[in-house]
Design a protein around this ligand. Structure first.
Ligand code: GSH
Ligand code: FE2
Length: 347
């Protein structure tokens, strides 16, 4: 199985990309609204087809990207029936199986942090995506969204900590940079439910946490009850001057093919060294040439009346040129993917 763990620094949320290595069918667990560009870039670069997005629960601290990913990729949305969110294609409950290619996840109902929390377990029980039911050496708070420490204790002790000892636990958050744990570790060392903690020990701990409510709670919960659909129901405008796509490294790119057929609409900035332009086949007409090493001191000579597309031999140095121009205040700027090598293939 293809597996990636992704992190949102603002909300300390983990998003998980899982895919079948044979069919390339992929799912995303707990995607974050602000990270859609990153997640789509990774799906594309790994050659995957996003089939389904699923949340572990109705989050209180960030807005899910489920609705936005559906608009952008056509994927379906799955969510716990107990949440009753709108815009859901598939309502999930205990024992449901989510198949993607040769892989599958089984649904466990693990309420307590909220009443609609689900855990997703791989078919071989080697991995469990526990959302906020079980965190690394911790667990989700139980003081809002119909949370109940007693219920969470039951979910932890009868559903999660009874999974095989070696089952890897992938949580919904970690606030200290820890990435994964195992059932055996949490049975022994979990600070709230591990060791010989009884229900009374656990409930006593949870009832006295006195955490401030998540900063975004009043915005996030209503938005998540609509699968992350914004109030205006609109997909934020993309750059409208070209079919831009973003790389997982965060660079806006445009295909050489598009640039060739829209030459009059863009300003081509060639950042190769002058000795690379000696042969006529390597030289393009109507471009501005500023070798990359000189660009930081010469951004004022780059006109801004048209969008700027940056070019080099392979598209690597020109990605740095894009970053330099963005830093200098250019907002309509992109890299020509594949650079001159790709351009020449198309001639
Ligand atoms: N400081 C965070 C809130 C973090 C928080 O309350 N997280 C929830 C998960 S939604 C939790 O259960 N945290 C458990 C803990 O911090 O022990 C924010 O403002 O967003
Ligand atoms: Fe949560």
């Amino acid at each position: 199985m293809i597996f990636r763990q992704l992190f949102d620094l603002t909300s300390s949320t983990y998003t998980y990309l899982l895919a079948c290595s044979r069919t390339r069918e992929a799912i995303l667990i707990d995607p974050v609204f602000e990270q859609v560009q990153r997640d789509i870039a990774l799906v594309q670069e790994l050659g995957l087809k996003l089939q389904l997005v699923l949340d572990t629960h109705c989050h209180a601290d960030h807005v899910t990207a489920a609705w936005l990913l559906k608009q952008k990729t056509g994927c379906a949305i799955a969510s716990a029936k107990a949440i009753g969110a709108s815009d859901v294609d598939r309502s999930l409950q205990e024992d449901d199986v989510i198949a993607f290619g040769d892989e599958s996840l089984t649904v466990l109902a693990t309420p307590g942090h909220t009443d609609g929390c689900l855990t997703y377990v791989t078919a071989d029980q080697s991995m469990a995506f526990t959302g906020d039911a079980l965190l690394i050496r911790g667990c989700g708070r139980c003081d809002f969204q119909q949370g109940s420490a007693k219920t969470l204790f039951h979910s932890l002790t009868t559903k999660l900590l009874t999974l095989p000892d070696q089952c890897a636990i992938y949580p919904g958050h970690d606030y200290s940079g820890r990435t994964q744990t195992t059932v055996a570790e949490e049975k022994a060392f979990n600070a709230r439910v591990g060791g010989s903690a009884s229900e009374q020990d656990f409930v006593g701990y949870m009832d006295n946490m006195q955490l401030p409510h998540p900063k975004l709670m009043d915005h996030a919960v209503p938005a998540n009850l609509k699968s992350g659909k914004p109030a205006d129901g609109e997909v934020k405008t993309e750059p409208d001057w070209a079919p831009i796509h973003y790389t997982f490294s965060g660079v806006p790119e445009v295909d050489a093919e598009w640039v060739i057929s829209h030459r009059d609409q863009v300003h081509v900035l060639d950042v190769r060294e002058t000795n690379e332009l000696e042969s006529p086949v390597d030289r393009l007409t109507d471009t501005q040439v500023i070798p990359l090493g000189q660009l930081r001191g010469a951004t004022e000579s780059v006109p801004q009346d048209k969008p700027v597309v940056c070019l080099c031999r392979s598209g690597r140095r020109s990605a740095m040129a894009v970053a330099i121009l963005q830093k200098a205040g250019f907002d309509r700027v992109a890299n020509i993917s594949g650079g001159m090598l790709r351009w020449q293939e198309l001639q």
